[in-house]
Design a binder for this molecule. Structure first.
Ligand code: WQD
Length: 332
């Protein structure tokens, strides 16, 4: 196993995973349509790791170009990060999300099948758990019920597609990694989450408030049944998340393996604000606003299956993530 195709490799999670893949001796090709990322990330990857992936500006919906790529290169494994991920935008533009995320993945899987590539690691999301009785989520739970947005639905549909492909092709090997809330940046401060446009997620918004691009953070509700009234989430450092992908490679086998990648702990919005203020030494302007539709009071991973079967668990903390975020902001 040497050569890996990383789709969405100039994105936040993909780029951080490439750093860890290089540390483990893999050769990397990247495809990305650069819709929500910048090609300059390749320079940062090279500066950090001393290696530069071959890059192809290809949209997964362009079957011809994808087919040629697989004809010209043999890949042992595909790591599939490419996808639109703005929850709010997915509600406004569902067809764009289904076409891009699901349609793009179908094209990718067809190319893999046509060119005898049998292994895929898929970037999924805890959103596939939808509404659950418990806040601590484990892989045995039923998914796909009560998902509140098309983004989460696309992740769920893709998981089902992978299971169906596995039923039809006994050589097919898939690992589904369900991310909780990725935060932080590479400790060098050279790479980080830098989405184009208005972000949805808490950390990129905190970063924009800290940079003065947004006046203040709106805390979406402080009247939940939680210790400080704000929602709890499982914030996982992106470097730990990246290492989870490397750990999954060596455990692949025919069939579909599913793992939560999270810390196993819930942290509140106010605790995140406090952690950022302690790391930055500055107050972060915020106000309490109305609840956001679709938000659950608390959700966090039961990460024991990944620890047991992959020998992986998180090592970094929210404080590490805030420190690395400040370092990244200072480099911008
Ligand atoms: C976190 C908490 C908000 C913004 C999303 C998506 C998906 C998944 C994880 C990968 C919530 C609060 C946020 C703000 C706030 N990742 N918040 N003010 O909703 O848990 O899940 O990210 O698939 O992208 O499902 O993450 O960062 O949007 O919100 O108070 O301006 O921060 O209410 O409690 P979420 P989030």
């Amino acid at each position: 196993m040497k050569r890996i195709l990383v789709t969405g490799g100039t994105g936040y999670i993909g780029s951080h995973t490439i750093i860890e893949l290089y540390k483990n001796g893999y050769e990397i090709d990247v495809i990305d349509n650069l819709f929500n990322s910048k090609i300059t990330v390749l320079d940062k990857i090279e500066e950090i790791s001393g290696k530069r992936p071959s890059f192809y500006e290809i949209d997964l919906l362009d079957y011809e170009k994808m087919d040629k790529l697989f004809s010209d290169n043999h890949y042992d494994l595909v790591m599939h990060f490419a996808g639109l991920k703005a929850v709010g935008e997915s509600v406004e533009k569902p067809l764009k999300y289904y076409e891009n995320n699901v349609g793009g993945t179908v094209n990718l899987l067809k190319c893999m099948k046509d060119h005898d590539v049998h292994k895929i690691i898929f970037s999924s999301s805890a959103t596939v758990y939808g509404e659950q009785e418990k806040a601590k989520l484990d892989e045995s739970m039923i998914t796909g019920i009560g998902i509140t947005n098309p983004y989460g639905e696309t992740k769920h549909v893709i998981e089902e597609i992978l299971k169906d492909v596995s039923e039809s092709d006994k050589e097919f090997e898939a690992v589904i990694l369900r991310y909780f809330n990725p935060v932080g940046n590479h400790p060098s401060g050279l790479m980080g989450e830098d989405p184009n446009g208005i972000p949805n997620n808490l950390m990129p918004i905190i970063m924009k408030v800290a940079r003065g691009e947004i006046k203040e953070l709106s805390v979406f509700g402080d009247d939940y049944n939680t210790p400080d009234g704000t929602c709890l989430r499982d914030y996982i450092h992106v470097v730990d998340l990246a290492k989870g992908h490397v750990a999954a490679i060596n455990k692949m086998k025919p069939g579909v393996l599913i793992y939560n990648l999270g810390t196993g702990k819930g942290v509140s919005v106010l605790e995140m604000i406090k952690a950022f203020e302690e790391a930055s030494g500055k107050k972060l302007p915020y106000k309490i606003a109305e609840r956001r539709a679709g938000d659950l009071p608390e959700m966090y991973a039961d990460p024991t299956k990944a620890e047991r079967e992959l020998g992986w668990k998180t090592e970094l903390t929210v404080e590490d993530a805030m420190r690395d975020t400040i370092c990244y902001l200072n480099n911008l």
